[in-house]
Design a protein around this ligand. Structure first.
Ligand code: KIV
Length: 275
């Protein structure tokens, strides 16, 4: 069953938790989808996890289209949500709609995500008017690291938390079907979740959000560069990969790989003709 934004709405009504993980390529998307994860976020975190930048800021719309296309081929059931990268929706409403449209038409995504609250309400409205579902993203929004002065937990004062709640209400009014809340105290994740009708998807926003999202390399222990407090490592895949790569190096060096079972054969009489 292909999951749609309507599924998100119904899940909140029924009090059922929603699952979301990132993926950036066909193979990972197939595995995530096959495991029953309901939505796949092609996050602009790919700038860091796949492309090796030290922030998400250099990611382009072309990068996002390229990776979204691969993920869409692998996601049979999950709703594919593609991130709008930095400066792809900041300059004009027209640009925002064109860029969101590319992620749907060329990337095959079912929805887009953009970082920002009340200040992007008009942009969200315009994209939704193009029949493109929008997931908003508030709190510790990584595209704002220069404005925030680093990766800092948001909403830690009553005033800041009130603004986050206003942001969540504004994006709901603008037509967003869901909102990601990142890096806020658990009590603020709960407060927002209880005060809006669209599902909240938390990342470092506590257990009371309507769903959770993680970057898959973080939860698999594959990305040692950054280890945020909110990440639970569900497996040590990085160690498994490193051990396998080391075993490969050893076996190639000592000649034990490839062995008979990994080798093609030619009949002896044919081979003799060559000597
Ligand atoms: O880019 C991303 O992966 C994200 C998640 C951290 C929510 O926006």
């Amino acid at each position: 069953m292909k999951i749609t934004t309507d599924y998100f709405r119904k899940a909140k009504e029924k009090g059922e938790k929603l699952t979301m993980l990132t993926a950036y390529d066909y193979t990972t998307a197939s595995l995530v989808d096959g495991a029953g994860v309901e939505s796949i976020l092609v996050g602009d975190s790919l700038g860091m996890t796949m492309l090796g930048y030290d922030s998400t800021l250099p990611v382009t719309v072309d990068d996002m289209v390229h990776h979204t296309r691969a993920v869409s081929r692998g996601a049979k059931n999950a709703l594919v949500i593609a991130d709008m990268p930095f400066m792809s929706y900041h300059v004009s409403i027209t640009d925002s709609c064109i860029n969101a449209g590319r992620l749907i038409k060329e990337g095959g995504a079912g929805a887009v995500k953009l970082e920002g609250g009340a200040e992007f309400a008009e942009t969200i409205k315009a994209i939704v008017r193009c029949q493109i579902p929008v997931c908003a993203h508030i709190g510790l929004t990584p595209q704002s690291i220069n404005a925030f002065g680093g990766f800092k937990v948001q909403g830690k004062t009553a005033e800041a938390a009130r603004q986050l709640l206003e942001d969540a209400k504004a994006v709901e009014r603008a037509g967003a079907f869901a909102v990601v809340i990142e890096g806020v105290p658990a009590a603020i994740g709960k407060l927002i979740t209880e005060n809006i009708n669209i599902p909240t998807i938390g990342i470092g926003a506590g257990a009371d959000c309507d769903g959770q999202v993680l970057v898959y390399q973080d939860m698999l222990g594959m990305f040692p560069d950054l280890k945020p407090k909110f990440v639970k490592q569900f497996a040590a895949v990085g160690d498994v990969m490193t051990d396998a790569f080391k075993a490969y190096v050893k076996e190639v060096k000592d000649g034990s790989f490839p062995s008979e079972e990994h080798t093609f054969k030619i009949k002896d009489d044919e081979l003799k003709k060559l000597y």
